[in-house]
Design a protein around this ligand. Structure first.
Ligand code: HEC
Length: 168
């Protein structure tokens, strides 16, 4: 008993510090393990919402955008790019090679005389020959000018363009 008292006397400060430390630890632990459900103050809920909010947010055109949020606004979509080509576009892409210079006997654009005999046969005949290809008296016109990816309408538009050029 005497020795115990002596020990306590000698180590009073140390024991005091240890006791305070344990108390502090216990308080910290109880704070950490507190059930979040019991803490539903508006401030707490707001802080949680703020912590788990997504980094970015997508807004569609016309949607209201909160100024406080990071903003990624999608620009209004423009009209889809036309996938079909106009007459001049087709001509420049697929027909000009032969029909500008007359390669292989192709009637050149603007050569009225060369076209006159063809035009009198009618547009349908011109369209058909351009779409399906044919071998004529001056040379061989490949199917769709060698561009099977062109639609029939695109070829027709190119023919219209070539014929219209004659009248200029
Ligand atoms: C590889 C060369 C070549 C290309 C490319 C070409 N043509 Fe021709 N085309 C010809 C030749 C050669 C003729 C003449 C054939 C004949 O009458 O002997 C011809 C004739 C034509 C005719 C006259 C048909 C008729 O009934 O007399 C039309 C219309 C025509 N081409 C349209 C086109 C169009 C449209 C394109 C592009 C999509 C095209 N061609 C691309 C070589 C070509």
């Amino acid at each position: 008993m005497k020795r115990d008292n002596k020990f306590i006397d000698r180590h009073r400060t140390l024991i005091g510090i240890l006791a305070i430390g344990i108390l502090a630890l216990a308080i910290t632990m109880s704070n950490l393990t507190q059930d979040p459900d019991t803490n539903s103050s508006a401030e707490y809920l707001r802080s949680v919402a703020d912590r788990i909010r997504p980094v970015g947010q997508v807004y569609m055109p016309g949607e209201e955008v909160l100024a406080s949020r990071p903003q990624v606004v999608i620009a209004a979509q423009s009209e889809p790019v036309a996938t079909t080509m106009s007459g001049p576009q087709v001509y420049n892409a697929a027909c000009i090679v032969c029909h500008a210079t007359g390669i292989g006997g192709a009637p050149t654009v603007g050569d009225t005389a060369a076209w006159q005999a063809r035009i009198v046969k009618g547009n349908d005949s011109l369209y058909l020959n351009a779409i399906e290809g044919y071998i004529g008296s001056t040379g061989s016109m490949p199917q769709k000018g060698g561009r099977p990816d062109l639609s029939d309408d695109e070829v027709r538009r190119a023919v219209d363009y070539m014929v219209a050029e004659l009248q200029n």
